[in-house]
Design a protein around this ligand. Sequence first.
Ligand SMILES: Nc1ncnc2c1ncn2[C@@H]1O[C@H](COP(=O)(O)OP(=O)(O)OP(=O)(O)O)[C@@H](O)[C@H]1O
Ligand SMILES: [Mg+2]
Length: 270
Amino acid sequence: MADNRKSCLSGKGLTKVFGFGRTKTVAVDHVNFDFKEGEIISIVGESGSGKTTLAKMLLGLINPTEGEIYFQGQQRDIGTHKKKKEYWKNIQAIFQDPFSSYNIFNKIDSVLLDCIKMRGGSRLPHEQKVEMMTEACSFVNLKFEELTNKYPFELSGGQQQRLMIARIFLLKPKILLADEPTSMIDACSRATILDMLMNLRDEIGMTPIFITHDIGLAYYVSDTVYIMEKGIFVESGSADEVILNPKEEYTKRLLNDVPKIYEEWDLSTV
Ligand SMILES: Nc1ncnc2c1ncn2[C@@H]1O[C@H](COP(=O)(O)OP(=O)(O)OP(=O)(O)O)[C@@H](O)[C@H]1O
Ligand SMILES: [Mg+2]
């Protein structure tokens, strides 16, 4: 059957090599993929398999050694600072450690104001900006009026991650790369953060890409799963296909690493 869904992000032969000679590491090794608009994608792999390196290339934070990236079917061009800023309106990320994503000298209101500016809202009346920031905060159960004079480091890890989501709410990117967004927070906040990300997807219609070592989470949240081993996608397909009927030993091993979820979801017949 023809796949009529629009391509949102794709890669051809995407490769990243760090170092050279004996220190050479092929972190991402000629991967090909075509992420479709609106589908929820997970990239799953063990530590060191190249997930963050791939995410950084997709974001334009590091250059590929080889290969091309296409955004909405067009080869990506982020050759100038201006083009890069334009690209970042479309693709944003949330990382494992929310604190590292903030400039420590910026108060929370200026963090949020920057997002409004990035979307071209610099000249909006002050009251309207406050209204937008209040709405973004309330989307993630934070109270804007209690945060205005604070710095991100004065918030808990879970609150900082929610502030990251409030930023995304204001930025309204087409794609959100979420690199282990819940691995540094407690189990209870983890479920809340995931719920918020899923609500955000409905609210602003973005395509989320989850990057995780947790194949259970991938099954729970995604339509399509890519399994990454040593810089290569060894298996991909619908979450049901890949997780209920894994073909690769590596995928089976990842599944064995989450015994509790395995039992809970009664996947024990796999
Ligand atoms: N800046 C760098 N310089 C040299 N090697 C690097 C660099 N960044 C990553 N690597 C190497 O590339 C490989 C892939 O790393 P990457 O961080 O992409 O893995 P990952 O799948 O995100 O792992 P984790 O689950 O632990 O976050 C690793 O062998 C790592 O040591
Ligand atoms: Mg990583």
